[in-house]
Design a protein around this ligand. Structure first.
Ligand code: CTP
Length: 411
């Protein structure tokens, strides 16, 4: 499947920040996504990265001067006009406090700032600077001016800064900038702003004794992809996770649980808060009736008939169905046989707006992988969308598109 950035004409602007070296990686990633990229640098950016680095990588001219002496690109020399009309989008990453101020006031004193004034396409900026400069009222008010004019701002991250201080001002991660750009071209950029989304993920773990437990093979990757994509699209996200070996996605609030009962309690506590709940968790259907609080010896287990007495866990979705109201509830069904019929039964019995079905026996949908192949069912199964094998992140985007379409104020 082609990237949303494929063949997109992107002017990549680079300003004089210590983070300028990250633009080199950004250029590589944009090229990997098959975008056509032209690089423009401010005069001070060349103090941090040599224009030759960019021209070697892009295989093209790097635009640095307002008034070129040689017209070696065969261009008219009016590069600000030429690039401003060529671009499908301009991305300035990193952008400094000084360039933000110039753009807010329309100062066109170098090629980059002049292109912005001549730009016919959308502008996306990713600031990088010292934390005090970033939170300075002048910078904040300049950014607010740009936002009000429709400029998309990819907020900087919090963390260690070049100065050795810690604060907000680190250039957003290259992967996140690329993701933001893709969302931008797909019309998904921050389109879930103001919405609160609750996601459950991973398996649950039911103790047998103090060292053993009943577990399942869910990796949690699908749920984490949903949480990450929702946060990237501007939603406020709470993720209730069973035991998994995954990092918490950026801007996601995570609560860890182990058993189905703990997951149920966490869900009950958060349902009121959310606008949508997406239950990707593989909740254990049964737990051990009375788990021992010590290690049970082999002989003792044998003496008791080598049997585990199990009791059924409550169904979390059914438990909270009375709290649904206008909330959008999404369930998952993992089925190895008769998947559509079984999923339709779950769709109806669990009061879901839609259900996402997958069969781990199908190619591209196995446990623990980064891809999935799903079918989305709604309206008692009458509405059916079969998706091809996709990355779990792309599946998450499709699920969120559907959730979004069910929010009356957004659709
Ligand atoms: N689910 C739940 N509470 C449970 C079990 C499942 O809320 N105790 C949710 C899952 O998170 C999922 C949906 O119900 O969104 C379907 O889960 P699944 O395990 O496929 O279905 P079950 O109802 O448990 O049926 P079966 O195991 O027989 O397929």
């Amino acid at each position: 499947m082609s990237s949303p950035l494929s063949d997109k004409k992107i002017v990549l602007g680079v300003c004089g920040s210590i983070a300028a070296y990250k633009s080199v990686f950004l250029l590589r990633e944009l090229q990997r996504e098959d975008a056509q990229v032209r690089v423009v640098m401010t005069p001070s950016a060349s103090n941090f990265v040599a224009p030759l680095t960019f021209s070697s990588l892009s295989g093209g001219h790097v635009y640095t001067e307002m008034f070129p002496v040689k017209k070696d690109s065969g261009a008219s020399g009016l590069w600000h006009i030429e690039l401003g009309t060529w671009a499908d989008a301009m991305l300035i990453a990193p952008i400094t406090a000084s360039t933000i101020a110039k753009l807010a006031w329309g100062i066109a004193d170098n090629l980059l700032t002049s292109i912005v004034l001549a730009l016919r396409a959308p502008l996306i900026i990713a600031p990088a600077m010292d934390a005090d400069m970033y939170i300075h009222p002048t910078t904040m008010s300049n950014l607010a001016k740009l936002k009000a004019r429709g400029v998309t701002v990819i907020d900087p991250d919090e963390g260690e800064l070049a100065s050795g201080l810690t604060g907000t001002g680190r250039l957003a991660e290259v992967g996140n900038i690329i993701e933001a750009l893709k969302h931008f071209f797909q019309g998904r950029y921050r389109d879930l702003t103001g919405k609160k989304i609750l996601v459950t993920a991973g398996p649950t773990q039911e103790p047998i004794d103090s060292v053993r437990f009943i577990f399942n093979r869910s990796s949690g990757k699908m749920g984490f992809a949903v949480a990450s994509a929702a946060a990237n699209r501007g939603a406020e996200v709470r993720l209730i996770s069973g035991p998994v070996a995954l990092e918490t996605p950026r801007n996601v609030f995570r609560e860890n649980v182990a058993t189905a009962e703990e997951m149920k309690q966490a869900v009950i506590r958060n349902v009121d808060w959310c606008d949508s709940m997406i239950m990707t968790a593989a909740v254990a259907d049964y737990r051990v009736a009375s788990p021992a609080d010590r290690k049970v010896k082999k002989d003792e287990f044998a003496r008791n008939g080598a049997k585990l007495e199990l009791v059924e866990n409550t169904d979390i979705l059914k438990t909270v169905s009375s709290m649904k109201g206008n909330r959008v509830f999404v369930g998952f069904a993992l089925e190895t046989d008769n998947e559509i019929d079984n999923a339709i039964k779950k769709l109806k019995s669990k009061s879901l707006d839609f259900i996402v079905v997958n069969n781990p026996r199908e190619e591209g949908a196995a446990f623990g992988t980064d891809t999935n192949k799903v079918t989305i069912l709604s309206d008692s199964g009458e509405n059916r969308v079969d998706l091809p094998v996709m990355s779990k992140y792309d599946v998450a985007l499709r699920i969120l598109d559907r959730v979004r379409s069910l929010f009356p104020d957004l659709s």
